[in-house]
Write a protein that binds this ligand. Structure first.
Ligand SMILES: *[C@@H]1O[C@H](CO)[C@@H](O)[C@H](O)[C@H]1NC(C)=O
Ligand SMILES: *[C@@H]1O[C@H](CO)[C@@H](O)[C@H](O)[C@H]1NC(C)=O
Ligand SMILES: *[C@@H]1O[C@H](CO)[C@@H](O)[C@H](O)[C@H]1NC(C)=O
Ligand SMILES: *[C@@H]1O[C@H](CO)[C@@H](O)[C@H](O)[C@H]1NC(C)=O
Length: 332
């Protein structure tokens, strides 16, 4: 499916928070394009930079703000891991709110659950969403699914307005966000006050929150993964961290899932939920692996338990993050 996608480079012009990390292909086979196509301008601000969708051997990658967002060949690992554990641990999810997720792959995974009645995808960046809607054929069905509502807004503002004016609640909330970066647009979506004052109250009883939590390799897990975990355990009683290796990031990625109610990691139960709820096949996850991915090696587990830092508005920790392209062969 993904191999049908564009083979040429395209360049988008999208809003960027300064400063822009240097973008360099890390793979010598990565060719830079001279063909450039200008897309319409974004709405958030007037500061636009080029965002290549590049070809990497036979793969295509989406790069925003100099950071690798997704590669066709293995994005299923990331998106299945982000979405299905939370939905499968929920007793009966019907409504989902996706923070970010403009690429559409998170919505695609959510909508595989046939009992989902409404999925809201709230991305700040209209240009990325429109680009992905018209170019990523693997997500076309999801973009056209009538259960999907797409809104262009800051996720915090959107959640607050739904809470205040529509008294709306969700069974599952998914953070498909950029890492917290210096000057980045997502930092306020990782703070203790956001989790406690916005996320927790807008979850239904037994609701589940899950967020991407940055790189989780031996050398990188202390960048933000441990802090996100530590921040969430100060808000929710039941918190599970898990990881997966994503080859195109050349690292493990981490996710943290949280609920006010106990979470039951039972292989038989998850297996029967996969059978009963999901249309089509999962490629990466099965019930046993969902459970095993929550068992972290001692290095990571110790760091998680030992972390004392909490994200607040005043006290963020910034990184360059998982998937920064660079020209440094010792990092590859
Ligand atoms: C990486 O940087 C070095 C030195 O700046 C340069 O010679 C080399 O061509 C670069 N490699 C790639 C793949 O860009
Ligand atoms: C420990 O776990 C992390 C995250 O899953 C992984 O990246 C790392 O390779 C593991 N360490 C070893 C030595 O297997
Ligand atoms: C735990 O944290 C303390 C204080 O930050 C540090 O000195 C110690 O080395 C850490 N222990 C481990 C096992 O990481
Ligand atoms: C490349 O990475 C190594 C190890 O991470 C680091 O010591 C070195 O300074 C880096 N070089 C450049 C040019 O970024």
């Amino acid at each position: 499916m993904w191999s049908f996608l564009l083979r040429a480079f395209m360049v988008l012009y999208i809003p960027l928070p300064p400063p822009l990390p240097l973008w360099r292909p890390y793979n010598p086979n990565f060719e830079e394009s001279t063909n450039r196509e200008e897309e319409e301008e974004g709405e958030a601000n007037g500061n636009h930079e080029e965002v290549p969708v590049g070809e990497h051997d036979d793969d295509r990658v989406l790069v925003i703000d100099g950071k690798l967002q997704s590669a066709e060949s293995d994005e299923f690992i990331y998106h299945e891991s982000l979405v299905h554990p939370a939905l499968l641990l929920h007793h009966s999810p019907k409504t989902v709110f996706i923070m970010g997720g403009g690429e559409g792959s998170t919505a695609r995974e959510v909508l595989k659950h046939r009992d989902i009645e409404k999925a809201v995808m709230c991305d700040i960046d209209r240009v990325v969403v429109e680009f992905c809607r018209s170019h990523l054929t693997a997500n076309e069905a999801a973009f056209n699914d009538e259960r999907l509502q797409i809104v262009f807004n800051d996720a915090k503002a959107e959640l607050e307005s739904r809470r205040d004016y529509q008294n709306e609640k969700f069974d599952v909330i998914i953070g498909d966000l950029g890492d917290p970066l210096e000057g980045g647009p997502c930092n306020h979506l990782y703070t203790k006050s956001f989790y406690g004052n916005v996320i927790k109250p807008i979850l239904n009883h037994r609701g589940i929150f899950v967020t991407q939590a940055g790189p989780a390799g031996i050398l990188t897990h202390k960048d933000i993964f441990t802090t996100i975990y530590n921040t969430l355990i100060h808000v929710f009683n039941y918190v599970i961290a898990y990881t997966a290796h994503v080859p195109s990031y050349a690292d493990s990625c981490g996710w943290v899932l949280a609920s006010a109610e106990p979470l039951n990691l039972n292989v038989e139960e998850i297996e029967s939920r996969i059978r009963d709820r999901i249309t089509g096949e999962l490629r990466y996850l099965d019930a046993a692996f969902i459970v095993s991915s929550t068992v972290l090696n001692k290095t990571l587990r110790t760091s998680l338990l030992n972390e004392t830092h909490i994200y607040t508005e005043e006290n963020a920790r910034f990184i360059h993050g998982c998937g920064v392209f660079n020209n440094n062969s010792s990092d590859v």
